[in-house]
Ligand binder design. Structure first.
Ligand code: URP
Ligand code: ZN
Ligand code: ZN
Length: 469
């Protein structure tokens, strides 16, 4: 099967140039000006548009069982929505229950993800510790292509990792050449503040950000980074939402630490005023952790992304509909935490990043695709346009506009945090391993067409570091 994308301008993280792209059997087979279409080859006209690596969302939770319910978006509907927005791969999370065998949990998520329409991989959360977990982490890295382990420093009484667990798992990650990652919030502090707010009779969504102050995130980011520094393991902090956490990452990087930060499209563009909405459902629809913050934090996050202190953008796509959020009507701590975004990440970042001059088009590719591929060791299979790479491509129309709405989105959720936002710059065509999965409003995602992407352990540099420790 072959497709020739003709007449577009290729944009990668490094370069912008005019060339055609020939895709054969799912891979990029040739790049050059005036390429001939082989017999039987479909030709797509990309004139006046950009041809970019498909987006990679490093942070999604499809059909996650969480807080007494299950996320409404499954691996098919979620990856299909991603394809409609130009995202061609996700890295989701296996989250074992405490005491659940982590290989069993991994197999369960692999089963659920069979229906994916786009390629996917997993970070595996370490939610408890014993010798079997230590052993099984090795199996996951060596045999299953897992190279990152996630630790939730929040969600006390459920999946929270204490310092002992962080120490053990970070040290084991280093031994294995895997990346440690954290959700950085001080879970004990959040728990105590939640109890205090409830005791004071503050029970609505407006209490959610009060229970998760920026200092709780800054403290946890500092603690995780300091542990990682002593152990010598690289650390990736997911959904950085505050100046406090960003400053810790900058400090660590400035001292030569391998520290990475991800920012969510939502945290860049939505502020904390959403929790003051008198309509309970609308306020609850924005309950996620860490919460949306003040404009001051948003400005700092943009600068972090522009300066390279933050390297990736994700969504933390974790969908709960109004009937699910209603579980917390009398107690905000019971509102399932999570919001959507996979379909809109690329267009909102283009609109508010590229169109405002904050990001160049090449930086846009870096922060939506290439940097994630590099940090999680799937580059150049993913995240780039070169011969031999997977033909995960998006043809991007910088002039196309739309108004984001729940009425027209493909995500399986009854709200959209970007509702009413006018965006300029949209995917016109999305290819997943050479197959056209989206063309100008026509979503052709195929259930089960996505493949699991193994991510190899990191290089000998980390092995050498591990031996020194
Ligand atoms: O509120 C969120 N972010 N829900 C999903 C789980 C997590 O913390 O990433
Ligand atoms: Zn999280
Ligand atoms: Zn998450």
């Amino acid at each position: 099967m072959s497709t020739l994308i003709r007449g577009g301008t290729i944009v990668t993280a490094e370069q912008t140039y005019r060339a055609d792209v020939l895709c054969v059997d799912g891979k990029i087979a040739a790049i050059g000006e005036g390429l001939e279409a082989p017999t039987g080859c479909e030709t797509i006209d990309a004139g006046g548009q950009y041809v970019m690596p498909g987006g990679i969302d490093p942070h999604t939770h499809m059909q996650l069982p969480f807080m007494g319910t299950v996320a409404s978006e499954d691996f098919y509907s979620g990856t299909a929505a991603g394809l409609a927005g130009g995202t061609t791969s996700i890295i989701d999370f296996v989250i074992p229950d405490p005491k659940q065998n982590i290989l069993d949990a991994y197999r369960t998520w692999r089963e659920w993800s069979q229906k994916s329409a786009a390629d996917y991989g997993f970070h595996v959360a370490i939610t408890w510790w014993d010798e079997s977990v230590r052993e099984d982490m090795g199996t996951l890295v060596r045999e299953e292509g897992i190279n990152s382990f996630k630790h939730f420093m929040a969600y006390k009484g459920a999946i929270m990792a204490d310092d002992e667990l962080l120490y053990n798992s970070f040290a084991r990650s280093l031994e294995l050449g895997a990346m440690a990652t954290v959700h950085a919030e001080n879970g004990e502090l959040v728990f105590q503040l939640q109890k205090k707010l409830l005791a004071e009779g503050i029970t609505g969504p407006e209490a959610h950000p009060l229970s998760r102050p920026p200092a709780a995130e800054g403290e946890a980011a500092n603690r995780a980074l300091r542990l990682a520094e002593v152990i010598g393991v690289p650390l990736y902090i997911v959904h950085v939402s505050t100046i406090e956490a960003l400053e810790e990452i900058k400090r660590a990087r400035g001292q030569g630490q391998r520290a990475y930060g991800e920012v969510l499209a939502g945290h860049l563009l939505i502020d904390e005023s959403v929790y003051q909405n008198p309509d309970w459902d609308k306020a609850a629809a924005h309950v996620m952790s860490p919460p949306f913050r003040s404009k001051e934090h948003q400005d700092a996050l943009w600068k972090g992304l522009q300066s390279g202190a933050l390297q990736t953008t994700g969504t933390d796509h974790c969908c709960f509909c109004a009937d699910q959020k209603a579980a917390g009507r009398d107690d905000f701590t019971l509102i399932p935490n999570g919001t959507a975004g996979i379909e809109d990440r690329m267009s909102v970042l283009w609109t508010h990043g590229v169109n405002t001059g904050k990001l160049t088009i090449n930086e846009f590719v870096a922060v939506t695709s290439s940097n994630t591929a590099k940090i999680f060791n799937i580059y150049p299979k993913k995240g780039c346009i070169q011969v031999g790479a997977d033909a995960d491509l998006v043809i991007w129309d910088p002039a196309a506009t739309k108004t984001i709405s729940v009425k027209t989105h493909h995500q399986n959720i009854d709200t959209n945090i970007f509702e009413g936002m006018q965006v300029t710059g949209l995917a016109s065509h999305t290819f997943t391993r050479g197959k056209l999965a989206y063309i100008d409003g026509d979503l052709r995602a195929i259930r089960g067409a996505g493949e699991y992407v193994k991510r190899p352990a990191f290089s000998a540099a980390f092995d050498a570091l591990a031996k020194q420790k």
